[in-house]
Design a protein around this ligand. Structure first.
Ligand code: TRP
Ligand code: ZN
Length: 505
C-alpha cells in the first residue's frame, strides 16, 4: 500500500559541514556576563566526565555515535538518545549593544543510556552547563554542544540541563536557503526567522522537527521596549527600569518555529476577529499602528474560520502576525507568523495571510519527519491560497489559475517537489507543483474524499511528525484508491503531469 520512500538525491551536503575541528574544554568558565537569573557559575573541573567530553571533541567518541537525528538532508541536525519536553529561554537583551545573556533550561527524557548529551548550538559563547543542578563538563565545537554529566543518564530517566550563554546574536548561513537565517537585527528591531536550520544559532536545541517541545520565553528588555514570542503573554514584570515579558506556548513546537520579536512594537488584540476565528487573535504591529493600518489583516479571523471548516479545528490556543522591517518574506512561526512590512503592504498580502495561517495546521501541528518532505508544508499552504480563491471567486476562477500555473511549470524544467535539492529546499516547484499534486488528488478522489483526507491527516498527526508515506496512507485508506502512481508522477518524476479528469463522487 505504502509507496516506496522517495529517492534521495545526494546533493552537496558538504555545505552543511563546518570546517574547524579545534575547540577547547571549558574547564574554567568565563565569568558570566549579563546573564540574568542564573545559577551560579562553577564550571566543570577536569574530571572523568571532562575526559569523555574531550574524547568526543577529538573525534574519539563512542563507536557508532552519530551526531544527528538521522535526516539525510541535514546529517548534523538534531540528536538521538533523548526527547525534549520543554525549553525555558531566559533572555536578557540589550538592544543598544545587541547583546544577549541567556539561560536555556531544557527538560528532557533519555531514550537511551547517555554518557554524554549532545545539543545543536553555534555562534554564541557557552559559559557553564548544569545537569540536574550539578556543573557538567562540555565542549562547544562546530555546531555541537557536547555535555558530559557527572554521572551517566540511564534510559527512561528525566533530566534538566541549564546552558548559560551570551554574545551578540547574528544571522547564520543556511545549508538550505541562500540567505542568512536566525537572529535578525534591523534598525531597532530584532526578530528570529530560523527555518529550516538556524534555531540552534540562538538557543541550544535538539534542532529537528522530530523532537517537538513546549516553550516558555522570559525576555528581559529596557522598560520602553516590547518583547513578544510564540504563544500567550502570561506576565509582564517590571523592575529597575526593565521589564520581563513572559510568553508561554503550551502546544509542542518544532525548534525552527520559535521566535522572539523585540523593539518598538505594540501588541494589538482583535476581539472581533477572534470571535470569528474561535481563538484569540493578537498581533505584534509597528508602534502606532493598528489592524486597520494593514488592509487585509481585518480578514484574518474569517480566514482562520474558513480553514478550520476545511481542515478541522485550529490547532493552537491563539494566532496572529508580527509585522517587521527588512526580511522580504513571511514565515509561519507557530501562533505568530512573521511578515515583512512590504509583504503586508503588497497586493498579495491576503494570499500570504492565508498561506501562513494554513501552515499552522500543515507544518506546525503536523510537522515534518524529514526535511526532504518539505512539500507537505509548502504544497499544502500553497493549496490553501487556491482554496481561498475558490471561496472568493468561484471554482472556475480557481481552475483557471491552476491551469495557467501548470502550463508555466510544465516548461520551467524544475526538480519535482518530492525530491528538492537540499541547498534549495524552498524552490518554487515545492510550493506550486506541490499544491498541484493536491489538486490532482482532489480531481482523482472527488471533493468529499479529498477534504475527508485532509481533515483525517490533520487530526491523526496533530502535534506529531510525518513523512509523505503517512499522507499517502491516509489518502489511500479513505479513498480506497491505489495512489502510488499519482504521487510518484507528481512528486518524483520531473515532468509535470496533466491533471486527471475529475472523478470520485
Ligand atoms: N516557510 C516560509 C513560507 O512559506 C518560507 C521560508 C523558509 C522562509 N525559510 C525561510 C522565509 C526563512 C523567511 C526566512 O512561507
Ligand atoms: Zn510556506
Amino acid at each position: 500500500m505504502r509507496r516506496r520512500a522517495a529517492l534521495l538525491i545526494g546533493f552537496a551536503l558538504a555545505a552543511t559541514a563546518c570546517s574547524a575541528t579545534t575547540g577547547e574544554i571549558a574547564a574554567t568558565a568565563p565569568a558570566p556576563t549579563t546573564a540574568s537569573t542564573a545559577t551560579t557559575s562553577t564550571s566543570g573541573a577536569p574530571s572523568p566526565a571532562a575526559d569523555r567530553a574531550a574524547g568526543l571533541a577529538s573525534g574519539e567518541g563512542p563507536p557508532g555515535q552519530i551526531l544527528g537525528i538521522g535526516d539525510d538532508y541535514f546529517p548534523q541536525l538534531g540528536n538521538p538518545g533523548y526527547d525534549v519536553e520543554h525549553y525555558t529561554l531566559d533572555l536578557v537583551f540589550d538592544p543598544e549593544e545587541t547583546e544577549l545573556g541567556a539561560v536555556a533550561t531544557i527538560t528532557a527524557t533519555a531514550t537511551a543510556d547517555l554518557d554524554t548529551v549532545n545539543l545543536d548550538f553555534s555562534s554564541l559563547i557557552v559559559s557553564a552547563v548544569f545537569v540536574d543542578g550539578a556543573a557538567a563538563a562540555f565542549t562547544a565545537i562546530d555546531e555541537e554542544l557536547t555535555i558530559a554529566p557527572a554521572a551517566p543518564i540511564a534510559a527512561g530517566e528525566d533530566f534538566v540541563i541549564d546552558v548559560e550563554y551570551s554574545g551578540s546574536p547574528r544571522t547564520a548561513g543556511s545549508a538550505a536557503v541562500p540567505f542568512g537565517v536566525g537572529w535578525q537585527t534591523v534598525g531597532n528591531q530584532n526578530y528570529v526567522v530560523a527555518e529550516p536550520d538556524a534555531a540552534h544559532s540562538w538557543f541550544p536545541a535538539n534542532d529537528h522537527p522530530l523532537d517537538k517541545a513546549t516553550y516558555t520565553f522570559r525576555i528581559n528588555v529596557p522598560e520602553d521596549v516590547v518583547a513578544a514570542a510564540n504563544g500567550t503573554l502570561v506576565d509582564r514584570l517590571t523592575d529597575l527600569g526593565r521589564v520581563t515579558w513572559v510568553w508561554e506556548l503550551d502546544s509542542p513546537m518544532a525548534s525552527y518555529l520559535a521566535t522572539v520579536v523585540i523593539g518598538d512594537f505594540t501588541i494589538v488584540e482583535d476581539p472581533a476577529a477572534g470571535a470569528v476565528a474561535g481563538v484569540p487573535i493578537r498581533h505584534v504591529l509597528p508602534a502606532g499602528t493598528t489592524v486597520t493600518d494593514w488592509p487585509g489583516l481585518e480578514r484574518l479571523g474569517e480566514m482562520v474560520a474558513f480553514l478550520a471548516e476545511l481542515f478541522g479545528p485550529y490547532p493552537f490556543a491563539n494566532y496572529g502576525i508580527a509585522v517587521v522591517n527588512g526580511f522580504g518574506a513571511a514565515l509561519e512561526n507557530q501562533t505568530l507568523s512573521l511578515f515583512d512590512r512590504n509583504v503586508a503592504r503588497s497586493f498579495y498580502f491576503e494570499d500570504v495571510l492565508v498561506h501562513e495561517a494554513a501552515h499552522q495546521w500543515f507544518g506546525n501541528s503536523v510537522s515534518l519527519g524529514r526535511w526532504a518532505d518539505i512539500w507537505l508544508n509548502e504544497g499544502f499552504a500553497s493549496y490553501a491560497e487556491w482554496l481561498w480563491i475558490e471561496r472568493e471567486a468561484g471554482r472556475d476562477a480557481m481552475e483557471r489559475a491552476i491551469a495557467a500555473e501548470r502550463a508555466d511549470y510544465a516548461v520551467a524544467g524544475l526538480t519535482a517537489p518530492g525530491v528538492p535539492p537540499s541547498f534549495d529546499l524552498f524552490n518554487r516547484a515545492v510550493y506550486r507543483v506541490g499544491a498541484m499534486t493536491l489538486h490532482a488528488l482532489r480531481l482523482t478522489v472527488g471533493d468529499d474524499a479529498f477534504f475527508d483526507i485532509l481533515r483525517t491527516y490533520a487530526a491523526m498527526f496533530a502535534d506529531q511528525s510525518v513523512t509523505t508515506a503517512d499522507f499517502v496512507g491516509v489518502a489511500e485508506t479513505i479513498s480506497g484508491v491505489e495512489l502510488d502512481e499519482l504521487f510518484d508522477a507528481w512528486l518524483i518524476d520531473p515532468k509535470v503531469p496533466e491533471f486527471p479528469a475529475a472523478g470520485g463522487s
